[in-house]
Ligand binder design. Structure first.
Ligand code: C2E
Ligand code: MG
Ligand code: MG
Length: 497
């Protein structure tokens, strides 16, 4: 029981804290939506709503109400047939009405709350499940009180069990074999009740305990041996990788990036390849991680930049608009010598910086200030900077906006989800709409089927695409052959490519 109780309080307070932060942010957005600077549901207003949604970490939609009906919103656009507002689940003293995870506010895959006040409403996601870090055996209920009726009810979360309750002096309560704790917000009429079943906690505890015993037994034998082997292998991978870099033995392949409307090659992404000394092709994600951890990732980036400039020097100098992107790692952003080296390389090759695109993954921008300064510097030099694998950290759109990049590369997980109504109906159009309103360039990754290509082509914007449908990563020779054949077949379109 002590074990169960110890985890329960921090768990509850983490949820309450996040619920309060998101509610504060949601209320601030709601106040803005109630003072719109544009005519009702005009194009400008919808763009403005999208921007509000984009800038908030929690708010997923914002919309306008007229005569008790939803007339337009950031994600729905203008509604031809306004949607009647359902009955609110809870009312607050300040006039706000709160709705559970209900149509028409529901967003697939997300737990959301809608709040309506005056002529506006917003839909927000009260917590990012990833941030809660809950043990699998902890549960919670988010309750809200309706101050107009005095009724208290469940807003979100699971339903706790009812029964005779034993109260403890430390504030915990027990119903049957379930232990409860409740924390209430001092700002909002809401409370979090976290609970855990004692047998479940015990089972988890016992599993942990027997795990320790097994682990200590194994440590001396199997695990120790495995660890030693792994360590040696890693060590030798690291040594081999360093050797390969020294010998300039990494390969660089180029995957075509096409303009979706015309299908013409607009550029490429440089992707590094390495085959170890035993003849195994190691994934770049694996060896990049080793190099990053051991502090020599910059050597790989420099090799790729050098190779790209050597391979494409002519095309980059002569073809207007042709651009090759290179991937840079978190280690490059914090390396003070990286940007001056890059500048020198470009100067020596006589290639303008705008022809070399830079891809930075969302995750490598975690150290925000460093990332922001490096991005600013890169853009001042003339590079076009993209956030790679965009959407994999979807909750922080506002954060990415703040980084001030030129474009986003939408992660292939989103492309893969096209056709599965959930994502296409909510998140993808929202990303495209927000990218449009913020004038961000868009490159979609992982386009494998005609259906996916058609989906993006119909979005009405200039979109670049990359994926197996248009070409796998190619050797330089194959890539140049492809460009030459395109030129032969569509000579009038080359200038535009
Ligand atoms: P990324 O930058 O997002 O690169 C795109 C990855 O998606 C590539 O995998 C590419 O081969 C793959 N891909 C392209 N089209 C499709 C498709 O239609 N379907 C599927 N399923 N996959 C597709 P790759 O080459 O294995 O690279 C994986 C990741 O490794 C890259 O992701 C990038 O983060 C990293 N990486 C690769 N080269 C470099 C490099 O030179 N420097 C750095 N820092 N990272 C690199
Ligand atoms: Mg990339
Ligand atoms: Mg990517």
């Amino acid at each position: 029981m002590r074990h169960a109780a110890a985890g329960l309080d921090p768990f509850a307070s983490r949820i309450l804290e996040e619920a309060e932060t998101s509610a504060n942010a949601a209320r601030a957005t709601l106040a803005s939506v109630n003072h719109p600077p544009y005519p009702l549901c005009s194009g400008e207003e919808i763009d403005w709503l999208r921007k509000l949604v984009f800038e908030s970490q929690y708010v997923k939609d914002a919309g306008r109400i007229r005569d008790g009906k939803i007339v337009c919103s950031a994600t729905l656009g203008r509604l031809e047939h306004p949607s009647v507002l359902p009955r609110a689940d809870f009312s607050h003293q300040d006039g706000a009405r709160v709705y559970r995870n209900l149509a028409p506010f529901r967003i697939a895959g997300l737990t959301v709350i809608a709040v309506q006040m005056g002529d506006a409403y917003i839909v927000y996601n009260p917590w990012d499940v990833k941030n809660l870090g809950a043990g699998s055996f902890m549960h919670f209920t988010f309750t809200e009180s309706d101050l107009s009726t005095g009724q208290i009810g469940r807003l979100l979360g699971e339903s706790p069990r009812a029964g005779p309750m034993v109260l403890f002096r430390d504030g915990h309560a027990r119903v049957g074999d379930t232990l409860y704790t409740t924390l209430c917000s001092t700002r909002f009429a809401s409370c979090i009740t976290a609970y855990v079943s004692i047998p479940e906690a015990l089972r988890a505890d016992r599993a942990e305990f027997s795990g320790y015993i097994a682990l200590s037994g194994l440590c001396g034998s199997v695990l120790g041996l495995a660890w030693a082997l792994l360590y040696r292998r890693n060590k030798s991978i690291e040594r081999q990788l360093r050797r390969a870099i020294r010998r300039d033995a990494l390969e660089v392949m180029y995957q075509p990036i096409v303009e979706l409307a015309s299908g013409m090659t607009a550029g490429a992404e440089a992707l590094v390849r390495w085959t170890d000394e035993d003849g195994f092709a190691i994934s770049p994600e694996v060896f990049e991680a080793i190099a990053e951890e051991r502090g020599f990732v910059g050597d790989i980036t420099r090799l790729v930049v050098r190779r790209t400039l050597r391979d494409f020097r002519r095309a980059l100098q002569q073809r207007a608009g042709f651009r090759v992107n290179v991937n840079i790692a978190a280690g490059d952003l914090s390396d003070a010598t990286f940007l001056p080296d890059l500048e020198r390389c470009l100067e020596q090759a006589g290639v303008p910086a705008r022809s070399l695109g830079i891809e930075i993954t969302e995750s490598s921008t975690a150290r925000k200030q460093t990332a922001k300064e490096a991005i600013l510097h890169l853009r001042r030099m003339g590079h076009v900077v993209y956030v790679d694998d965009f959407g994999t950290g979807y909750s922080s759109l506002a954060y990415l906006h703040d980084l001030a990049v030129d474009g986003i590369k939408i992660d292939r997980a989103f492309t893969g989800a096209i056709g599965t109504a959930a994502v296409t109906e909510t998140i993808l159009p929202q990303i495209l709409a927000m990218a449009a309103s913020l004038r961000l360039q868009v490159v979609v990754e992982g386009v494998e089927t005609e259906e996916q290509a058609r989906y993006f082509a119909s979005s009405g914007r200039t979109i670049l695409a990359q994926g197996w449908l248009f070409g796998r990563p190619l050797s330089l020779e194959d890539f140049l052959r492809r460009m030459a054949s395109e030129e032969m077949h569509q000579p009038e379109a080359v200038g535009a490519a």
